[in-house]
Write a protein that binds this ligand. Structure first.
Ligand SMILES: NC(=O)c1ccc[n+]([C@@H]2O[C@H](COP(=O)([O-])OP(=O)(O)OC[C@H]3O[C@@H](n4cnc5c(N)ncnc54)[C@H](OP(=O)(O)O)[C@@H]3O)[C@@H](O)[C@H]2O)c1
Length: 250
């Protein structure tokens, strides 16, 4: 990643945090974006201020995406990777989904990545190209009961990725959707209690549903993102890549 510059959304936690660490360890610079400034600042202190900058905000809020792109332009004058990773999970059947929860699913998982993409494209194009990786989910490819709004939003993100890939290929911008299975991150903490299971019990039972017999780690997702951000994947665009311990097979 030598001298490459990334914007990583949702960098304060889980997959985004690990990817930011790995990207900077590999020689890149990263703009850390997310809702909670204190989490981003803790990570920035770990990475060293010379490798990163912090911008807090909500990616779906008009102006916030532009704010982080402007900060990157001013500091490094280029952009190589937009990792649209931020998102939230809404556990509810469609019949029980409030309009607020539906709107939140779309805002955090689909509108946000759209706003970030639109804001980042001019700088990526100025560079002669770059990469956008959108963090969808296996639930964007096939439904499970009790996640309707999230599934719909993540499926939308897959099509946003393909549409952008075909529109931007001529500008050298590659766009890829990744679809993780269950990964051990704080996103699942909210599931405690609901089904009467602890976080670790949830992860153990979810792991059993994956043919490889366990849930994934944030490092396993970060490894794929770094490959897609590198020139080793230079002929890959418009792809939808599962990284899921084989759960899509069942
Ligand atoms: N973990 C899994 O099993 C799994 C599986 C498939 C796909 N995914 C996807 O992977 C992505 C990362 O999730 P994770 O598992 O790493 O969860 P996480 O630890 O909860 O991290 C999500 C991050 O997104 C940020 N965020 C949420 N809504 C935002 C918004 N509107 N604007 C800006 N930032 C926002 C959060 O900010 P705060 O730090 O302020 O909370 C947090 O840093 C999500 O898109 C998720 O849907 C996860």
């Amino acid at each position: 990643m030598d001298n490459k510059v990334a914007i990583i959304t949702g960098a304060g936690s889980g997959i985004g945090r690990t990817t930011a660490l790995r990207y900077c360890e590999a020689g890149g610079k990263a703009a850390l974006f997310g809702r909670t400034k204190s989490k981003l600042e803790t990570l920035a202190a770990e990475l060293g201020e010379e490798h990163c900058l912090v911008v807090s905000g909500h990616h779906e809020t008009p102006g916030d995406a532009e704010k982080v792109v402007e900060a990157v332009k001013e500091r490094w004058g280029r952009l190589d990777l937009l990792f649209n990773n931020a998102g939230t999970y809404q556990p509810a059947a469609i019949a029980d989904t409030s309009i607020e929860s539906w709107n939140e699913a779309l805002a955090s998982n689909l509108t946000g990545p759209f706003m970030m993409t639109r804001a980042a494209l001019p700088l990526l194009r100025d560079n002669g190209g770059g990469v956008i990786v959108n963090n969808s989910s296996t639930l964007g490819l096939r439904p499970v009961p009790g996640s309707g709004a999230y599934c719909a939003a993540k499926a939308g993100l897959v099509m946003l990725s393909k549409s952008c890939a075909i529109e931007e290929a001529g500008n050298g911008v590659r766009v890829i959707a990744i679809c993780p299975g269950v990964v051990d991150t704080p996103i699942h903490l909210g599931r405690e209690g609901g089904a009467g299971a602890s976080h670790s019990e949830f992860l153990e039972s979810a792991g059993g549903m994956h043919p490889l017999g366990r849930v994934g780690t944030t490092d396993e997702i970060a490894s794929l993102v770094l490959f897609l951000a590198s020139d080793d994947s230079s002929w890959t665009t418009g792809s939808v890549i599962t990284v899921d311990g084989g759960i899509s097979l069942s």
